[in-house]
Design a protein around this ligand. Sequence first.
Ligand code: SAM
Length: 262
Amino acid sequence: MKQSGMQLADVQNVYAGAEGRLWELVMGEQIHAGGFASSMELATRAGIKPGMKGVDLCSALGAGCRFLVMNFKAVMCGVDATPHMVEEARKRAPFESWKIEFKLGNVLDVPCPSGTFDFVWGEDAWCYVTDKNKLISEAARVLKPGGIVAFTDWVEGPAGLTGEEALRFNTFMKFPDMQTLPGYRALLEKHGFDVREAAPIEFAKYVDLYIAMLTEQLTFDALRILGGDMELFKAMGAEMVDMQRKTHAGKIGRGRFIGLKK
Ligand SMILES: C[S@@+](CC[C@H](N)C(=O)[O-])C[C@H]1O[C@@H](n2cnc3c(N)ncnc32)[C@H](O)[C@@H]1O
C-alpha cells in the first residue's frame, strides 16, 4: 500500500469544513457513491433483518444508520471521529423512537464492548482510516460470533497506481492509503471472517456524474461553499478530472465486502 502521510486530523478538517460540505453537495446526506441503491444492495446481500443490532463505523451525517432503521428496522449505533459530524447526525435523526446512538470516537478503538453487535456496517469511509488491519480487528471484536461485517470502500483497482499517482490522489482525497480487493479479503480472513463477498462494484459512472453536476448544475452552490474562490474551484476540478481518468483506467475502483465472523 502506498502511504500519503495523511492523518486523522486531516480527515477531521475535511469533514468539519468546506470540503465535507462539497461532498455532501454532490453525494447528498449519504456520503457514498450510489446513495440509496448502493446501501440497499449491501444490506440485502448481507442479510440484515429487523431487530438486528448494528454499528456504522465512520457514520458521518448518520444517514447510514437512518437508512438501516427506516428500511430494515435495525437498531443502530454510529461512531465517528469528527465532532461536527456527530452533532449533525444527532440533529438529523429527529425521531426519539428511532433510538440511534451516535458516539464520538475513533474506529481504531471502537467505544463499545466486545461482542455487542449482530453486524458492522461501513460505506465508502474506511479508506480514510490510517490502520486498516486494526480497523478490521476492531470490527471482529465488537461483533457477536456469527456476526456480519458489510462494507463498501474505495480501493486501488486492478491496473494499480504508481507511487506518484497514489500520492497525488490520496493527498487530494486525504486518504492515508487505499486497500485492494485481495488486500481487504486477506485482512478479513486474518481476523477470523468467512468472506462471502469481496467484489468490484460500479464507480466510474459516479465520478462522471459528480463532475457533470459540479460543472453543469451546481457550480454556484460549490462556489458559495468555497467562499467564491474560482481558482480553488478550478484546482479541485483538475483533481476530480485526474480521478476520473484513473477511475476509467481501472487504477481506482470500489469494492463491496461481506464476511461472517466464525
Ligand atoms: C465519507 S464520510 C462517511 C460516509 C458515511 N459512511 C455515509 O455513507 O454517509 C467519512 C467519515 O469518516 C470519518 N472518519 C474517518 N476516519 C475515522 C476514524 N479513524 N474514526 C472514526 N471516524 C472516522 C470522518 O469523520 C467522516 O465523517
